[in-house]
Design a protein around this ligand. Sequence first.
Ligand SMILES: Nc1ncnc2c1ncn2[C@@H]1O[C@H](COP(=O)(O)OP(=O)(O)OP(=O)(O)O)[C@@H](O)[C@H]1O
Ligand SMILES: [Mg+2]
Length: 417
Amino acid sequence: MDIFKNDIISFENNSFLIVDDEAVNRELMKSIISNISKKIKIHEAKDGEEAYNIIKNNKIDVVFLDIIMPNIDGFRLIELLKKDNLFDDIIVIVVSALEDLLNLKKAFQMGVHDYLTKPIEIDILKAILPIKIKNLLIYKKNIEYLKSLNLKIEAELKSKLAELFHSDRLASMGVMTTSILHEINTPLTYLKGNIDLFSNYFFNFMEKFKDYFLKNCKNNENILNDFEFNGFKIDEIINKFEEMIKSSQIGISRIIETINNFRLFAKKDEEHVSYFNVNDLIENVIKIVGKTIENKVNLILEKGEVKNIKINKSHFEQIMINILLNSYQAIETKGKVIIKTFMEDDFNAIEVIDNGKGMDEDTKKRVFEPFFSTKGEEGTGLGLYITSLLVKNYSGVIYIDSEINKGTKIKIKFPIV
Ligand SMILES: Nc1ncnc2c1ncn2[C@@H]1O[C@H](COP(=O)(O)OP(=O)(O)OP(=O)(O)O)[C@@H](O)[C@H]1O
Ligand SMILES: [Mg+2]
């Protein structure tokens, strides 16, 4: 809505109310108003009570109000309208005798907008009333506009405050997560160490025990075979222990992997953010993962012209390692991964293209969801989720293009600095 201009007021949908106990005055006012515009709808009331009912049940824009009337007079009417929150929506013009100065003053103190003097001077009113009313209507529309603007601003402010609160909460959740992860990580590390130690110790012990037992029970070799616990023979029990220990070790490793993924991300290591050339960073990543993946993957780096990016080096490594390991895992026996670097608009772009098994449509839609994985026990489903968070953290973008049985292309872009 725009601030209303003079020419917009056409009286098209305006309703006026004349409140006066004298019929002659009402008729006079009626003829003056009709003269302003035939489009104005005119209501009449002979006292405050009638006027109140009309205002309550109709949309009235302007009221010409006589003050001294029987029963409910002009002042009382204003009080009633104010009480019911109806006063603010209308323009009230008092029609009063000029000598009635005290009443006039009181009416203005109560908030009326203007006044006309009695006896009504037809010619003067015909000349000035249209302009007076137009100005008042414009004033009213502008007030309405400002009110609605105010409501809009208040609503926007509220939602901005909610957003701020939300991001503040996220930030404190980040801090909390980091400290929880730290707390979990320490006991987890010695739990893993102890289970590994226990597993070595236990199986060596059992081997030794069996050898010793068999050697020293020559006369009764069956003794060991006869031993049963809960219906299981000794070798079955050892196998069961082995299964349990192995699955505990896998479980703990998965927890540690998940925690490490989050820790590196949660640690917003601003101090280590620095300027790096993208090609140098990638060559460094290849040094880290090259050995692990070279048994299956022919890794080719096609270096293009690139500029510096501002990033935390371990974050960049995490991004690239997640993507490269996915390619490695998508290649069943032997395959190829090409890493291309180049500039695109104001971005440094990196593409990782593999000829692995590709993704179906559902996988493609869900790759960035946390904990989404098609790898069962082998994957936590956090790789690409964390990767996308990290990329966004540096105002970058990540795209996926993949076709089942053909391969996958992941493209990331970082703004040039
Ligand atoms: N290069 C790729 N080729 C085929 N599928 C892929 C590729 N990269 C990702 N995916 C699919 O996206 C899923 C999610 O990948 P993401 O890296 O987030 O988790 P993950 O590899 O399963 O587990 P994690 O990375 O935690 O070990 C994968 O399970 C896989 O189905
Ligand atoms: Mg992965």
